[in-house]
Design a protein around this ligand. Structure first.
Ligand SMILES: [Zn+2]
Length: 419
């Protein structure tokens, strides 16, 4: 498989000099990501890295290379709006004390490939432990050096002192000298946002409340004031960039939405008023529901943090059902590495169990997620003009959503990575 990936990446470069190859994919069914009727049988015509046409009654152009997927269902490449690809798989504190940025980059390259082969062709990466390693990873993927999803990256998340992203969780005498991510008050936040965007971040991630996997303020507590969050939003907007906010507690969620954040990540403790604010302020709710199941079974998480996770699960599930009932768009995210990389699709089953229709869950991870990224011109649906990011599963995911945990085919930008 790794060899195949290398060969395909090399072909991608070689192909740039000649006329773009024409490929045709055929399969029994196609879910195009828009939530409408399933096309059956389905054909996609791909020229170079883009989709030329797709649907039920499409003729194959003469001379095109055919990929016949038989009884499979084809779907757009999936999108995960909350990953931590450069995490090395140990607890954050161990990562801070015992790993290096180089190690994180290598793990990131591996995790990016695992995630791509699991059918996720686009990810919004919500921040590395070692600042800006995610930017290096994005560049390597874009240059074709490393197989991985298209990435939108945070660079260095912005946290208040004592907040969820405060890397100095140790004795006051122990410093973590390379992580300069603390910002308190408007001036420091403005500077942190500018530094991030100058270094090449695609968006700003702020930690507006406490977190589960942290010793700082508890998840329910607001850690940035509304004013501080507004400064982040305003400064990022000057650069044309959005803010994604890690928010668990109700007061923090409301303050974040009023401040203008584009996404409420986790959104664990929503209430009716918060749902109404989402609607009126056009912020998106991006839950991570499978995390609580995953954390309980993870060996290297301290008991205090497992207890935080168990406490928050009921609220998370209830929040999801509130937003679902309100009919608002819902993003799709996993918080992988909290969930093991490559198991991102397990989030689907958690959602369906809580009442989301399988088709709606798929739309949230395709069209809606692309809208949230501002990338609906290039990914998220199988439509003419978009990147040929196409995946397949053997059966019908509308009957059994766990089919998405067993991806049989992955194409990104017209290049086959898994078959
Ligand atoms: Zn996260």
């Amino acid at each position: 498989m790794k060899q195949l990936v290398t060969i395909m990446a090399a072909l991608q470069f070689a192909g740039a000099q000649t006329a773009p190859p024409v490929l045709v994919i055929r399969a029994a069914r196609m879910i195009d990501g828009r939530g409408g009727r399933v096309a059956s049988p389905a054909t996609i015509v791909i020229r170079g890295e883009r989709i030329e046409s797709a649907g039920a009654d499409i003729a194959a152009p003469p001379g095109a290379r055919l990929i016949d997927l038989g009884g499979a269902t084809i779907l757009p490449g999936l999108i995960d709006l909350h990953t931590h690809l450069t995490s090395t798989g140990v607890h954050w504190e161990d990562e801070l004390l015992k790993t290096t940025p180089g190690e994180a980059a290598l793990h990131g390259a591996y995790n990016a490939q695992v995630t791509l082969l699991a059918g996720f062709t686009t990810c919004r990466d919500m921040g590395p432990t070692w600042p800006y390693v995610d930017i290096d990873l994005r560049k390597a993927i874009d240059q074709g050096l490393v197989p991985g999803p298209r990435l939108m990256v945070a660079g260095n998340y912005v946290s208040p002192t004592g907040g969820a992203g405060d890397a100095r969780q140790f004795s006051i005498y122990v410093d973590v000298p390379l992580v300069r991510n603390l910002a308190d008050g408007p001036d420091e936040i403005r500077k942190a946002v500018r530094t991030n965007l100058k270094q090449g971040a695609d968006f700003i991630k702020i930690l507006g409340t406490g977190a589960v996997l942290s010793k700082g303020v508890p998840p329910g507590a607001q850690s940035y004031t509304e004013e501080e969050m507004r400064v982040a939003v305003e400064e990022a907007a000057r650069w044309g960039k959005p803010v994604a906010a890690h928010l668990h507690g109700t007061a923090g969620i409301k303050a974040g939405i009023r401040a203008g954040v584009r996404t409420v990540d986790h959104g664990s403790m929503m209430d009716e008023e918060a749902v109404e604010l989402l609607r009126t302020h056009h912020s998106y709710y991006v839950p991570t529901l499978y995390t609580s199941e995953s954390i309980v079974g993870t060996a290297n998480v301290p008991d205090t943090e497992k207890a935080r996770s168990a406490e928050i699960k009921t609220a998370m599930d209830r929040s999801f059902q509130l937003v679902l009932k309100a009919g608002l768009p819902i993003g799709f995210a996993t918080d992988a590495a909290v969930v093991p990389h490559g198991q991102n699709a397990r989030e689907f089953a958690s959602r369906v169990r809580l009442g989301q229709e399988p088709m709606a869950a798929i739309v949230s991870a395709t069209k809606t997620a692309a809208d949230i990224l501002g990338w609906s011109d290039r990914v998220g649906t199988i439509e003419a003009g978009k990147f040929a990011d196409v995946i397949a599963v053997a059966g019908d995911p509308l009957r059994d959503i766990t089919q998405l945990e067993r991806i049989t085919f992955v194409m990104k930008g017209g290049v086959v990575y898994k078959r």
